[in-house]
Design a protein around this ligand. Structure first.
Ligand SMILES: Cc1cc2nc3c(=O)[nH]c(=O)nc-3n(C[C@H](O)[C@H](O)[C@H](O)COP(=O)(O)OP(=O)(O)OC[C@H]3O[C@@H](n4cnc5c(N)ncnc54)[C@H](O)[C@@H]3O)c2cc1C
Length: 267
C-alpha cells in the first residue's frame, strides 16, 4: 500500500511547480522577520561540551558548505532543528554527533523509481470498451511479483475536462521498486506507441518494519529532529505538525510567548 503513495492523477499541484510553495513561504518569512537564510549543504551537527560554565557560546556546532563555495563554515548555535530524514543511506553525507540513543544506521528508506512516459494505455488486455478505456485514469497492481506497482495519468495544472478528452496520448507516471525495462513498459502501453520522458530513482519514504522503532523528535536538549515523525507516517501534513510542535517546544524552552494567529496568507 505504501508504494501507491502519490500515484493518483489528481494530486495537488501549483502552476510553475510545487517547489514554489516553500520558496514563497521563505520569501514571506524573510520579509516578516530578521532571520538569515544561507543556502548550502550541512555536513555535520555536533554537540558542544563547554567546560567553562561562563562560556556563553552555543551548544550545537553546525558545519556547512555554502552553495558555490568550497569552504566549510562552522557556527555554534543554541538550538538546531534537523529537517531532513536521517537514515543509513545518507550516513556518509551528513554526520550527527550527539547521543548514543539514536543510531542513524537503524533506519532505512525505500527506493522507488518514478517513470514518466508519454503514450496510450493498452486497455485491450483488460477487455475494456472504448468509452471505459477513455475513463481509465489509473491502474493499481495487486500482484507483488509484477515489477511495477501502479500507473496513473498526470494532469496539467490548468487542464479542463474538454481538452483532456480530446487528447489521444497522455503523460503517465509509473512507480516501480527497481528500474523498468522496455519489455515492462510494453506490457502497460499500447504497442510501441509510447516514449520514456524521465526515470527518477528516489529514496522515497521510510522502509517500515513491524514493530516500528520511532526515532526521537528531541535528539538531545538542544537538537531537534523534525522528520522523526516520518517513521510514523510519511506525509507533508505530519511534517507540518511536527514543525509546529518543535516550534512550541522551543518557545517554551527559551521562554518566548508564541503568537497565535489564524491569518491565511495568499501568494
Ligand atoms: C515518491 C514519494 C511519494 C510521496 N507521496 C506523498 C503523498 O502522496 N502525500 C504526502 O503528503 N506526502 C507524500 N510523500 C512524502 C512527502 O514528500 C514528505 O513527507 C515531505 O516532503 C517531507 O517534507 P520535509 O520538508 O520535512 O522534507 P523533504 O521534502 O525531504 O525536504 C528535505 C530538504 O532537505 C534538504 N537536505 C537534505 N540533506 C541536506 C543537508 N545535508 N544539508 C542541507 N539540506 C539538506 C533536501 O535537499 C530537501 O530539500 C511522498 C514522498 C515521495 C518521495
Amino acid at each position: 500500500l505504501v508504494s501507491l503513495m502519490a500515484s493518483a492523477s489528481t494530486l495537488w499541484h501549483v502552476e510553475g511547480g510545487n517547489y514554489l510553495v516553500p520558496k514563497k513561504i521563505l520569501e514571506h518569512l524573510l520579509k516578516q522577520s530578521d532571520v538569515q537564510f544561507v543556502k548550502g549543504h550541512v555536513k555535520s551537527v555536533t554537540e558542544v561540551h563547554r567546560i567553562d560554565i561562563d562560556d556563553q557560546g552555543g551548544n550545537v556546532r553546525l558545519s556547512y558548505q555554502p552553495t558555490n563555495s568550497q569552504l566549510v563554515h562552522a557556527v555554534d548555535y543554541d538550538n538546531v532543528i534537523i529537517a531532513f530524514p536521517l537514515h543509513r543511506d545518507n550516513i556518509n553525507d551528513f554526520v550527527l554527533q550527539a547521543t548514543d540513543h539514536f543510531n542513524q544506521h537503524d533506519y532505512r528508506m525505500q527506493s522507488t523509481h518514478a517513470n514518466f512516459l508519454h503514450g496510450k494505455l493498452n486497455c485491450q488486455q483488460y477487455n475494456l470498451t472504448k468509452s471505459e478505456c477513455e475513463r481509465l485514469k489509473a491502474i493499481f497492481y495487486t500482484n507483488p511479483s509484477l515489477p511495477y506497482r501502479c500507473v496513473a495519468q498526470q494532469q496539467t495544472v490548468n487542464e479542463n475536462e474538454k481538452q483532456y478528452k480530446k487528447t489521444d496520448k497522455s503523460v503517465y507516471k509509473i512507480f516501480s521498486p527497481d528500474k523498468l525495462s522496455l519489455s515492462d513498459y510494453k506490457q502497460i502501453f499500447d504497442n510501441d506507441n509510447f516514449q520514456l520522458i524521465q526515470d527518477i530513482p528516489w529514496l522515497a519514504y521510510p522502509k517500515y518494519e513491524y514493530p516500528q522503532k520511532m526515532p526521537p523528535i528531541q535528539i538531545n536538549k538542544n537538537i531537534f529532529y523534525l522528520n522523526a515523525m516520518e517513521w510514523s507516517s510519511s506525509c507533508m501534513e505530519i511534517e507540518v505538525i511536527s514543525a509546529r510542535n518543535i516550534a512550541m517546544l522551543l518557545t517554551k524552552k527559551i521562554g518566548v510567548d508564541l503568537k497565535r494567529s489564524d491569518k491565511h496568507v495568499e501568494f
